[in-house]
Design a binder for this molecule. Structure first.
Ligand SMILES: Nc1nc2c(ncn2[C@@H]2O[C@H](COP(=O)(O)OP(=O)(O)OP(=O)(O)O)[C@@H](O)[C@H]2O)c(=O)[nH]1
Ligand SMILES: [Mg+2]
Length: 306
């Protein structure tokens, strides 16, 4: 548990430094929260990408509670932030649980704009599931580039799992079909499907994803059991715009937020959950096999503000 926590803690260093040091500096020795202090705190929150609405709400609460002298120190402020940020997730749909899988394999489709970290995340997920005792097989359904297939193959061997691949340019749905067949005949617990991430503005990407999902459902009712949308945290509000279309058109059931280690705007996780009303399943905090953590609002907020 300690290493799990410290990976997340380390990954969130940039965001935490910006927020905690900023708040500490702003409040300093002041015990009264005048308008300037509140404005500065609001700006810090907005800069961390928690979202304007959340930031405004927090500041209002801070103002009321400080007038009643309930909040006086930096620590009081951090505690208020913690409880509010954890509560952002109270209203978010938690989605289907693992228990809802109707027979094996459990099928996970991974979608998102190119470069967000889909293939890397699949490697990490495969590793994690294997470690947890599940057998895993991967489908290289991003047939757009030969390099994409090879890249997934490298991750498959790192994680020690099998891979189903066709040649570049072949039909992604056919790869998914074959991989499902292989998963069934080899009694795999989990099938993870890598998909292409060409620009969302090309409408055929959504059609392609729909086709893959339709064939999976036809061959294995209930599949895909999870459609994970991978979002690159460093793209900030832009990532949110892309995410909306995928969420609407690709049947997304959960979010993976990657590259949290590379940004000071890790607060984006709160904006995403709120805006998309989708559960955040995992967060990526580096490029290694074990740099993927299941998302827990409480742990995340602790790592962010402690
Ligand atoms: N620092 C950091 N880098 C990451 C993380 N996840 C992915 N990356 C890097 O992001 C880059 C893109 O990752 P890919 O997994 O290839 O992304 P993709 O979505 O599969 O991209 P396409 O196949 O082109 O659509 C790679 O250099 C990864 O190492 C993360 O959590 N942290
Ligand atoms: Mg890829």
């Amino acid at each position: 548990l300690k290493t799990v926590f410290s990976k997340l803690y380390k990954g969130l260093t940039k965001t935490r430094t910006g927020l905690v040091e900023g708040i500490t500096r702003t409040i300093g020795k002041r015990t009264r929260f005048d308008q300037d202090t509140l404005d500065e705190l609001e700006e810090l929150l907005i800069l961390s990408d928690v979202g304007v609405e959340t930031a405004e709400h927090l500041i209002e609460e801070l103002e009321t509670r400080s007038q009643k002298k309930e909040i006086q120190t930096t620590e009081d402020v951090l505690n208020l932030l913690k409880s509010h940020l954890v509560a952002v997730f109270d209203d978010v749909d938690t989605g289907p649980s693992n228990k809802d899988t109707n027979g094996t394999p459990r099928v996970i489709s991974v979608v998102g704009v190119n470069g967000t970290g889909k293939t890397t995340t699949i490697g990490k997920l495969a590793h994690r599931f294997q470690q947890e005792g599940s057998s895993v097989i991967l489908a290289a359904a991003d047939t757009f580039r030969a390099a994409a297939i090879d890249q997934l193959e490298i991750w498959a061997s790192r994680a020690g799992v099998e891979l189903v691949r066709h040649i570049q340019g072949s039909d992604p749905a056919a790869v998914a079909f074959d991989a499902l067949k292989a998963a069934k005949s080899r009694s795999k617990d989990i099938l993870i499907i890598d998909t292409a991430g060409r620009l969302h503005t090309k409408s055929n990407l959504m059609q392609e994803l729909t086709k893959i999902h339709r064939i999976l459902e036809r061959e294995h009712p209930g599949a895909p059991h999870e459609v994970l949308l991978v979002i690159d945290a460093t793209t900030g509000q832009n990532g949110l715009i892309q995410a909306r279309q995928f969420a609407r058109d690709a049947g997304v059931t959960g979010i993976v937020l990657t590259k949290l280690d590379g940004t000071a705007k890790g607060g984006i996780v709160f904006s995403i959950a709120k805006e998309l009303n989708l559960p955040v399943r995992y967060v990526g905090v580096g490029e290694q096999l074990d740099d993927l953590q299941p998302f827990s609002p409480k742990e995340f907020v602790e790592a962010l503000l402690s």
